[in-house]
Design a binder for this molecule. Sequence first.
Ligand SMILES: Cc1cc2nc3c(=O)[nH]c(=O)nc-3n(C[C@H](O)[C@H](O)[C@H](O)COP(=O)(O)O)c2cc1C
Length: 382
Amino acid sequence: MRILLGITGGIAAYKAANLVRALAELGHNVQVLPTKNALEFIGKSTLEALSGNPIYTEMYEDVQEVRHVAYGQEAELVLVAPATANFLAKLANGMADDLLMNAILASSAPVVVCPAMHTEMWLNPATTANVEILEQRGIRVMRPESGRLTGGDSGLGRLPETSDIISFALYGSEVLAGKSVIVTAGGTREPIDEVRFIGNFSSGRMGIELALAFRDAGAQVKLIACNIDRELPAGIEIQRVSSVSELESAMDQPSDLLVMAAAVSDFQLKNPHRGKLPRGEAMSLELTPTKDLLAQYAANQKDSYCVGFALVENGSDVIKVATRKMQEKGVAAVVGNEITALGAVDSSVHFVTADGAQHKSGSKTDIARWLVAELSAILSKS
Ligand SMILES: Cc1cc2nc3c(=O)[nH]c(=O)nc-3n(C[C@H](O)[C@H](O)[C@H](O)COP(=O)(O)O)c2cc1C
């Protein structure tokens, strides 16, 4: 996602370096826009190095670029952290006296601000009234925390931790409000007899993380959990299933978005044995292919944006295989990863759509949040 990160001139501006780094590591394109006063507290070179983008503060530099309009229009999210009392007052009044204010006024992206200041400044009726105005206009204001302030004193007004700002700005949003999302997770089991099955090593972790990230983005989420024995998150409709046919029945409903993260068996026994097969004798099992539930869903639910997962042999060309699967199954996107990801905490994925491929590696939590941000951006354009 393209994030315009405004930094204003409070003491907490030095903490913005961590924020820039964390957002960049999540794969976002961060354009930092400090006020001139912010550069009294943090060096421009630090921010340029961490974001990988040049930084400008002058309104009348390279005028032909009309930079404030470009910044505003390109941004998919405007985040201002820390936000000074002065900034809140200017924004509440629609003032446009520097590059940051002009870029924000020129933007139609969601705006999130994180005020940080001394307790008295935060509790001042003028600041309170400005915050109220901003919230009435749909701007999301993250409340400051209590703790150590500029001098030796402490109280309400401290900038929250980087991870909390990221959660609030990126995931505690309502970008997917009103959207229904189905996520399948875990691995199916096909009975061999009444005590044994054909299964796989999927832990369900990726699907659970995706369901959480979709929930935090405001979507109405249904998680179809295939044989997951861990505790499942709150705030999500859960349906537990075991076999491919149970999964098929659970998926039989429309959605705005389907993410098929479950590892679905490709084979099933033609005639599962009644009772328990005896030990000791060699035997062969006749397997038949299962239905391709993702392709079937995409064909039946034409309005749904369908995303598949492709587990690819280690060392293969993941993008090529994912692209082929996307075309064969008639889906909008495929997330390709290697077999090593199965059951692991970390992963490395290629997110393939008709527009090309993007890569992300890290914990499945980070990957899920990144994927949800990408999918939110796609859905908000459709
Ligand atoms: C040492 C020091 C620390 C400051 N810390 C804050 C702060 O945390 N919050 C705030 O709203 N203003 C703070 N200020 C005041 C702002 O720098 C001042 O209001 C400035 O005009 C803000 O400019 P800007 O909003 O354009 O960045 C501080 C000033 C100084 C000298």
